[in-house]
Write a protein that binds this ligand. Structure first.
Ligand code: AHR
Length: 843
């Protein structure tokens, strides 16, 4: 058929025959229901929502199917402003009964979308294409459909009519009801407990632990996921105190905010006798093209002041390394005084450097603070009039985590280390795959001398200096005994990328899909991935990248074992092609590396299913799952991993958290995470790794809540969820010991709220009993360790408890007398307890 005519027919015209397709109608007649009815498929005229249905026996009175439930939504374009479905046309193939839906993904109709389904419930991957490609997507052999405008609940809707078995409508209704039932379960909250558990008396429980039936579980179960979101890196973990030290802030970092530019955080002192300009001629390094030109007309007095990240917090007696790159553009140059100032302008530390070279030269000095000041600023005052070019102006505390140069803020780095994480995933998240192809995190731009690193727009709306780059990530992992787990983009940026891939202006690639690195550039990209492995593990003398690592100060390999490819990407053809190439190349060249694939951003749905299928087909050893869910989901899905096929890829639960409205964490969210983790430990043979997300958030600069740890310039504020992670991290085991929990005759709602996990830490010979009680009453438990003969029955108990709304509960550890292999413990209402029984074999 002529392509244009076909397009018109499919999307707009409705000229097809209205002949009822009786062959579509089944004969599954129930009581007095009709055999066949008319099915009307539509979406809202404004494109909002997804594909909905109505049915009619006579084509005049229409009934909404499941009150307008959306059976498939468009996934085209960035979150928030796109993802629209205009004029969907649903068709069924005569040959195999498969359903095909085509819609316009943009109002103009320049980008079309296609998806298919066997049952109108589960839908495959979506394709997006230009109208000229329509013929590739729609089969010829479809039953007739008729374009119509009908009244549904008093509102006119445009869509397509076809005849189907009434059974099809019944199935659609049952599917939506099931989804709604699950949604009700997910929405269960502790605030309803007084009603849900009215009259519930304290419970008795027996926990019988079968030590002899133990199974090996992952020894990497609890880790951390570090992403530069919420100012986690610059202004956070990375100890640099000067904001915009490289003068590379740009309006594009922050939605074209004109105040977010090269002068951000900088101001002139004595502005009447000095000017500040930003120049790019002959920069310090092409990757760092902007620098400041300070013209001082009358000296001393005029200078340049940096206000830090919400101020610069300094401690009395602490020493700070000051450095800058400078050159003299006009005049002779000379001494430049460096001062720390408090909010009144009083000097609380002073030193000086000299700038007299006509070429870029680094100058360094040390400033010692003479007072504790939480909100200081740094000022530099040339003592001789002239014109100075300045770049990479840095103030770094000498006290960093483990004393590393260019290192990490001690309190934050220690708080993370105290979780006892077995691995660190970095640098994202969304930051890893980036906002558009040009924003993909290139690891090579994050190593080497600081002035040569390539700053990057952070898709969370700010700027990454990448002073905290791959070398520093690897080093931190080593410093805290965690496996490094870098994540690299699978050749595709975020599916919600709001920018045009490679500056395309075409509506299809610009508005919408993630696109991908052009295939002709993929060899180079794959080489970058392989080079990373060489950078981490390659010989310091014989390999190019191993040598670079050695030059950076680490001749020994970092012993990289894992690498993530992709981050919750949409599983499209574009993705599959690129992921497969990267995966095959890594597997061939580095079979020793465990590649972790990706299966979308949810615990179900198309990307999850397609991602799992692809990973299973390719034999990817592990996949990264993400799900941010309501507390009720965690309560009602404790069997999620019990269902998993043990022969398929292992799981890295790379991002998860319990979310309630208001997006805060408290005892309610933390305990549901603790409860769910008992089921994860039980499935520690299939779940190899987990990490809560996100990790860090600076107060006043959060793009995402809740986070595990909040902080400001002087304080670190771990949340209740942090303590749950810590209790799991510090008390992990290598063997899971199954247990039978008997609760005196209680309904499911009660049973599901008591969680038990018993593991053995074989290296130390300890038994660890984790008990979670999500009920408003105590649970008096009798715990029997069958098949265990304790050499030393001494134990400690760590208890985290509080009212569901409590945000500041903290765990308390105390000695606990168990006396022998059978002991009693009363779980307080709303509590998480870890009992660690030592065997006297501690190393
Ligand atoms: O953890 C915050 C974000 O959530 C991550 O960047 C992304 O992977 C997910 O959508």
């Amino acid at each position: 058929m002529n392509m244009m005519k076909r397009l018109l027919n499919i999307l707009f015209a409705g000229l097809l025959s209205a002949v009822a397709a009786t062959s579509q109608a089944g004969t599954n007649r129930v009581t007095n229901e009709p055999d066949s009815v008319y099915l009307f498929s539509y979406s809202h005229r404004d494109g909002g929502g997804g594909l909905r249905f109505a049915w009619s026996a006579d084509e005049s009175k229409w009934f909404s199917v499941a009150d307008g439930f959306s059976y498939v939504n468009s996934d085209f374009g960035p979150w928030g402003r796109a993802k629209k479905m205009f004029k969907p046309h649903l068709m069924q193939s005569r040959t195999d009964g498969r359903w095909h839906c085509v819609w316009s993904a943009t109002e103009t109709g320049k980008a079309l979308a296609y998806v298919s389904s066997s049952d109108l419930q589960k839908w495959g991957r979506q394709s997006y294409f230009a109208p000229s490609d329509l013929d590739k997507f729609v089969p010829e052999d479809v039953y007739p459909t008729l374009a119509k405008t009908v009244l549904i609940n008093g509102v006119e809707q445009d869509g397509w009519v076809q005849k189907v078995a009434y059974n099809t409508v019944g199935q659609l209704i049952r599917y939506a009801e099931h989804k709604r039932y699950r949604a009700l379960q997910n929405a269960e909250r502790m605030a309803q407990d007084p009603v849900r558990f009215v009259g519930l008396k304290p419970l008795q429980a027996t926990v019988t632990v079968k030590a002899e039936a133990g199974k090996k579980i992952s020894d990497h179960l609890i880790g951390i996921f570090f992403e530069d979101i919420n100012y986690a890196a610059d202004g956070g973990l990375y100890a640099e105190l000067i904001q915009n030290r490289d003068f590379e802030y740009a309006p594009a970092d922050r939605g074209n905010d004109r105040n977010w530019n090269s002068t951000h955080s900088w101001a002139l002192a004595d502005a009447g006798s000095a000017t500040l300009n930003i120049e790019t001629f002959s920069p310090l390094h092409p990757n760092n093209p902007h620098y400041a030109v300070l013209e001082v007309r009358s000296a001393p007095g005029a200078g340049l002041v940096n206000s830090g990240f919400d101020g610069i917090a300094v401690k009395e007696g602490a020493r700070y390394d000051f450095s800058l790159f400078g050159k003299v553009l006009e005049g002779k140059g000379g001494k430049v005084v460096v001062k720390l100032l408090d909010t009144n302008g009083a000097v609380i530390g002073q030193s000086s450097v000299t700038i007299s070279s006509k070429d870029w030269k680094q100058q360094k000095t040390v400033v010692t603070a003479t007072a504790d000041v939480p909100v200081a600023s740094l000022a530099i005052y040339p003592q001789v009039a002239g014109k100075y070019a300045l770049d990479m102006i840095s103030l770094f505390p000498q006290e960093t985590f483990k004393g590393r140069k260019n290192g990490l803020r001690v309190d934050l780095a220690q708080t993370l280390a105290d979780l006892h994480p077995r691995f660190i995933r970095f640098p994202g998240g969304c930051v890893a795959h980036g906002d558009g192809v040009d924003n993909i995190y290139d690891w090579k731009g994050s190593i080497g001398p600081l002035e040569s690193r390539k700053p990057l727009r952070n898709l969370w709306g700010y700027h990454q200096t990448r002073g905290l780059g791959y070398f520093e990530y690897f080093q931190y992992c080593e410093d805290i005994g965690a496996e490094p787990l870098p994540v690299l983009a699978a050749g595709v940026p975020c599916q919600n990328s709001g920018t045009c891939a490679h500056h395309s202006t075409d509506e299809l690639t610009c508005m919408g899909q993630q696109g991908g690195i052009p295939m002709e550039e993929m060899d180079k990209y794959i080489q970058d991935v392989l080079d990373l492995i060489e950078y981490a593990n390659g010989d310091a003398r014989r390999t190019k990248w191993g040598k670079m690592r050695a030059e950076a100060g680490h001749p020994k390999p970092f012993n990289l074992k894992f690498i993530g490819i992709g981050n919750e990407d949409m599983i499209t053809d574009v993705f599959e092609e690129r992921f497969t190439l990267i995966y095959n190349a890594v597997r061939e060249k580095h079979p020793e590396i465990t590649v972790i694939g990706t299966v979308g951003p949810f615990y179900e749905g198309t990307d999850y299913e397609e991602g799992w299928e692809l990973a299973t087909h390719l034999g990817v050893p592990m996949v990264d799952e993400h799900y941010y869910v309501e507390p009720g989901w965690l309560i009602h899905n404790q069997d999620y991993y019990d269902r998993y096929d043990r022969n398929k890829p292992k799981v890295y639960l790379g991002e998860y958290a319990s979310h309630v409205s208001g997006r805060h964490n408290n005892i309610e969210t933390a305990l549901t995470e603790a409860l769910y983790l008992t089921s994860v430990e039980r499935n520690g043979d299939v779940v190899s790794m987990t990490s809560y997300a996100p990790l860090l958030a600076k107060e006043g600069h959060t793009q995402w809540n809740p986070d595990l740890i909040y902080f400001n310039n002087t304080e670190v504020k771990p949340t209740v969820s942090y303590y749950v992670q810590q209790m799991y991290g510090q008390h992990s085991g290598s063997e899971y010991l199954p247990s039978v929990v008997s609760l005196d005759n209680q309904p499911d709602a009660v049973r599901k709220r008591v969680g038990v996990s018993v593991v053995k830490d074989k290296a130390r010979g300890d038994y660890i009993v984790k008990l979670v009680n999500l009920l408003p009453v105590k649970v008096a438990s009798r715990i029997r360790l069958e098949g265990v003969s304790l050499v030393d029955p001494s134990a400690t108990k760590t208890l985290l408890t509080g009212e569901p709304q409590s945000k500041d509960a903290k765990p308390v550890t105390s000695p606990f007398e168990i006396g022998g292999e059978e002991f009693s413990y009363e779980m307080p209402p709303y509590s998480f307890t870890v009992i660690r029984i030592g065997q006297g074999e501690k190393k």
